[in-house]
Design a protein. Structure first.
Length: 248
């Protein structure tokens, strides 16, 4: 039985890129909401401690490998009995100038950010379609909606593609009781923001109508909402979380 405090009680979730940053915050937020969580990351050591603390499942995963992704997802299904929530979060976020991006870097960013999410949507979608229920949440970005000097062109292209991919899977899976939505954060407190010089941080913050950076916990709360029964009538949508930097 779910409650307001734990709306995901009894559910099982699978989070990619769960070893650090937003992925880690999302995994913890899902746990606090009552879900059992499979924490998947290319660096398994980064998720083992958190999985042990939360009673979750630590999995080694390279999202670029579809066969490995499918096998990893199957382990979570075997462990939990089913997976109700899929969060495609794994991403590379280089800030290389578009004039300096090598073909190899372009291909790898698209392979992790877009192709990896495609695999995640399809693998989880097949499982959820068969069960007649499920939630898929894709971590996009404001960079996929509006040009920004703060992110690389390949990162922006991958996130724009992820928004289109979200709508495609949402349309395909809606008749089967599965919702697919995207979350587009921007200016979230992170090591990357901390590494900026104070003047640039101040200028960036001044451009946010709410006048502060977002918190990883706020991103996690939005994911919990999209995964909860409260969002059952929402699919193919992009939920903006940017303090008002991009309004539409």
């Amino acid at each position: 039985m779910t409650s307001a405090a734990q709306p995901l009680s009894g559910r099982a979730a699978f989070v990619t890129g769960a070893g650090r940053g937003l992925g880690l915050a999302i995994a913890r937020g899902l746990c606090q909401a009552g879900a059992r969580v499979a924490l998947a990351d290319i660096d398994i050591a980064s998720v083992e401690v958190v999985a042990k603390e939360s009673g979750g499942l630590a999995l080694e995963l390279d999202v670029r490998d579809e066969t490995g992704f499918s096998a990893c997802f199957d382990k979570a299904v075997a462990h939990f009995g089913a997976v109700d929530i899929m969060v495609n979060n794994a991403a590379r976020t280089p800030t290389t100038s578009l004039w300096d991006i090598t073909p190899e870097e372009w291909d790898d960013v698209l392979a992790v950010n877009l192709r990896g999410s495609f695999f995640g949507c399809r693998i989880a979608g097949r499982h959820m379609r068969g069960r007649g229920a499920g939630r898929i949440v894709n971590l996009a970005s404001m960079a996929g909606q509006q040009a920004s000097a703060a992110t690389g062109a390949h990162y922006a292209a991958s996130k724009a593609g992820l928004l289109a991919l979200t709508r495609s899977f949402a349309q395909e899976l809606a008749p089967h009781g599965v919702t697919v939505n995207a979350l587009a954060p921007a200016a979230i407190q992170s090591p990357l923001l901390e590494s900026l010089d104070p003047a640039r941080r101040q200028a960036l913050q001044a451009g946010i109508p709410i006048r502060r950076f977002g918190l990883p916990e706020e991103v996690a709360a939005a994911v919990v909402y999209l995964a909860s029964p409260a969002a059952a009538f929402m699919t193919g949508a992009t939920l903006d979380l940017n303090g008002g930097r991009f309004m539409r």
